[in-house]
Write a protein that binds this ligand. Structure first.
Ligand SMILES: Cc1cc2nc3c(=O)[nH]c(=O)nc-3n(C[C@H](O)[C@H](O)[C@H](O)COP(=O)(O)OP(=O)(O)OC[C@H]3O[C@@H](n4cnc5c(N)ncnc54)[C@H](O)[C@@H]3O)c2cc1C
Length: 328
């Protein structure tokens, strides 16, 4: 693991990412019922629920506040064909529920969840089923960006899906050096382009490390994307980048219709509200499912002060002893 930043927060983030990947810690959490319940309370800030039924209720509440959502059925890289087909069935169920309830929602997924690691053709076949069902329901599908070892396969699968579908978007990561070129190719295809900073640990030969260089890359790519008039999603919570994007749109008097600002549930919701109140389309990423442990670890690693919030959420106000509280 390479890092230029030895600050305590960077070290905490590295430690949390390692904890997230540690299967024995995960198994321990799953086995211990109390610990599982406590951590689930902390995870609830960031997820739509453990089940699709819960997630639909969360989505309705967010829609009522004027935010579109994108629903993702959380899952790790699926290692066999049957599990990939099961996950695809669940995604089709998401499409159905969104349609039945008339939600303002798209569907997000990792291609590895529907089979990319097992076989590229399997992922293509499953993603095609999903893209078609979503198209019939009038919905967008958004493909997430994964670790750099999968970037080529993810982009190639997106390219093939776009041959027959115009409702499939792609996520690009600003930290990868290759992204400016990938953007130009994605601009030639239909489907929304979502720009994120990038969440994985990547080697220096492929990506900028977290920090100022990523922010510069993000700003430049975001401006090219906004100027193109292509359907896009500016997906960041970074207030500086949000203001730069807003300034760029205003100064150039760009049409707002293709532009969307998108953020993760539970992360800086006031910033998304501000963008909504400025007249932009806004969207909240709403993952659900039982595989929330890894997702929670990633959110904590991304922003270690969240650990304090997680402790508070886990205990819950009801769990605090008022006497102890008054002694604080
Ligand atoms: C809609 C959406 C989809 C995404 N999809 C992908 C994907 O497919 N692939 C991928 O690699 N990454 C994805 N990401 C994650 C992304 O790459 C970043 O890791 C994440 O968004 C944090 O980066 P940031 O742009 O908010 O900037 P940062 O510099 O990380 O954060 C800027 C500020 O935002 C706030 N903030 C950021 N994260 C948190 C947090 N967890 N809790 C509390 N506050 C926080 C803090 O105020 C922080 O100072 C996605 C992000 C979003 C919003």
């Amino acid at each position: 693991m390479e890092t230029n930043n030895e600050e305590p927060e960077a070290l905490a983030a590295i430690a949390l990412r390692r904890i997230a990947r540690d299967e024995s810690i995960k198994a321990y959490v799953q086995k211990d019922r109390l610990l599982h319940q406590v951590l689930l309370r902390a995870a609830r800030r960031f997820i739509g629920g453990e089940t699709l039924v819960e997630c639909v209720e969360t989505a309705k509440a967010m829609n009522a506040e004027g935010f579109a959502v994108t629903i993702d059925y959380m899952g790790e890289s699926t290692r066999d064909e049957e599990a990939a087909r099961e996950a695809t069935k669940e995604f089709l169920e998401v499409v159905r529920e969104v349609w039945v309830w008339g939600l303002n929602s798209s569907v997000s997924l990792d291609l590895s969840h529907v089979g990319l690691v097992v076989d590229r053709e399997l992922a293509f076949e499953n993603a095609t089923l999903l893209a078609r069902a979503a198209w019939e329901a009038g919905l967008e599908v958004m493909i997430s960006a994964e670790g750099s070892e999968r970037t080529v396969d993810v982009l190639e699968t997106h390219r093939r899906l776009c041959e027959d579908h115009d409702n499939v978007g792609i996520t690009l990561q600003a930290y990868l050096y290759r992204t400016p070129q990938d953007l130009r190719e994605a601009l030639d295809r239909p489907g929304r382009i979502r720009l994120v900073k990038g969440a994985y640990e990547e080697p220096r030969r492929l990506a900028w490390p977290r920090g100022a260089r990523v922010d510069v890359a993000y700003r430049k790519i975001a401006e090219e994307l906004l100027a193109s008039g292509h359907a896009c999603s500016i997906s960041t919570h970074d207030s500086y980048l949000l203001e730069r994007a807003h300034g760029y749109v205003s100064v150039n008097d760009l049409a707002l219709e293709p532009i969307e600002f998108e953020m993760l549930k539970g992360v800086e919701p006031d910033r998304l509200r501000t963008m909504r109140d400025r007249g932009y389309r806004t969207r909240t990423y709403l993952p659900y499912g039982e595989e929330w442990y890894l997702y929670l670890c990633h959110r904590l690693a991304e922003y270690p002060p969240n650990i304090y919030q997680a402790v508070y959420d886990s205990v819950g106000f009801d769990g605090l002893n008022p006497a102890a509280e008054s002694n604080l």
